[in-house]
Design a protein around this ligand. Sequence first.
Ligand code: GLA
Length: 383
Amino acid sequence: MDITQLKRIFSERFGQDCSVYTSPGRINLIGEHTDYNGGFVFPGAIDKGIYAAIRLNGTDRVRAYSIDKEDYCEFGMNEEDNPHLHWANYLFGLCREILKRGYQLEGFDTVFYGNVPIGAGMSSSAALESTYTFALNEMLHLGIDKFELARIGQATEHHYVGVKCGIMDQFASLFGKAGHLMRLNCATMEFEYFPFNPKGYKLVLLDTVVKHELASSAYNRRRESCENACAHIAKHHPEVKYLSDATMAMLNEVDVEIPAEDYMRAEYVIGEKQRVLDVCDALEEGDYETVGDRMYGTHYGMSKLYEVSCEELDFLNDLAKQCGVTGSRVMGGGFGGCTINLVKEDLYDAFIATAKEKFAARFGHEPKVYDVVISDGARKLSC
Ligand code: GLA
C-alpha cells in the first residue's frame, strides 16, 4: 500500500479528491510507565505511521473505510451514535472529545491504512488518533494547540477505548522531529528536543509478535497501584503530587499501609525516575555504555517489580546481554510487543542472526526486526 493507492481507493469509494495526513508511531529510549506518574519520558517518532485520505463531506456523519481491516463504518457524532466497533471507536471517540471541548465539527469521508505493527508497543493507536485530530484541526481551522490535540487522543483512550494511558504516545506522535528524541516532563509538559545520532551504535526493535490478552486491564491496574501508593505518601508529604515526586524513603514510610504489590510498582517508578535522569546526563557526555546499563535496569524493573514483561521479552533481553548488546529492554506498555536494543554497529549482524535463530528454536517463529529511524510527527502530505 502506498499514498497513490490510498488516494485511488478513496476516489473509487467516495468519488472525490482528498487530502492526505499522516502521524507516526513512536519509540521510547527510557522512562516507561512514568508518564501517568508525572515523570520524564524520552520518546521519538518513527518512520511508520497511519496514513489517512480525508475530505469533509458536508453532512454531520463520518464515513470511514479501514483498508487494513477491509471494513466500512458510518456513524453520527452524538454520544448515542457510538459504533461499538473497535477500530471505529477511535474515530468516534476523538470526534466526541473535540465536540465536548466546545469546538464545531463537520462530517467527513476517510480511508486509511497503517504500517505501525499493531500490538508491538509502538503505539499504532496514538498514531491513528493523532492523524485525525491533527487533520480535523487543520481542515476545520479549529485552532487547537498540539498539547490539547494530544490530550484529546488520550481522552479518547480513557473514555472510548478503556485504557487509562498517559500522554507520551500522543505527544510523541504529534511533536516528533526527524533525528531528535524528546525529553518530556509529564508533570509540566515542558520538553526539549535532543539530537540523537549515536555514532557507532544502532537502535533496533525486536518484536516478539506476542500480544497478551487483558493487557489493557492489567495496564489500568498498574496505574491504580501507583495512584494508591502516591495517595498514601501524600498524606505524610503533601508536596508529593505524583509518584515521581516521591523518594524511596517516603515509600518505605508507607510500606505497612499499602499492599505489597503496590509497593513493588512504586519502587519501580521511583527507580525509573533516577534512571531517566542518569540517561540524560550520560547522553550529554556521549556515554552510551551508561545509557545501555540503565536500559537493562529498566528491563529488570519492568520484569520483576512492575511485572509487565513476559517469557518472550525476557528471553530476548537475556539474549541481548549474552551477545554483548549495550542496552536492551521491553518498550512501551509491555505484556508483549518489542524490546528496544542499543547495539554497537559491529555487533549488529551477529546479534540479529543469533536472536532470530535462538528465538525461533524456543518459540517456533522468528522475532520481527525493525531498524529505528527517528522521523517527523503529524503532518499533511503534499501529494
Ligand atoms: C503505553 C501508554 C503510555 C505509557 C506507556 C508506558 O504506551 O499509552 O501512555 O504509559 O504505555 O510507558
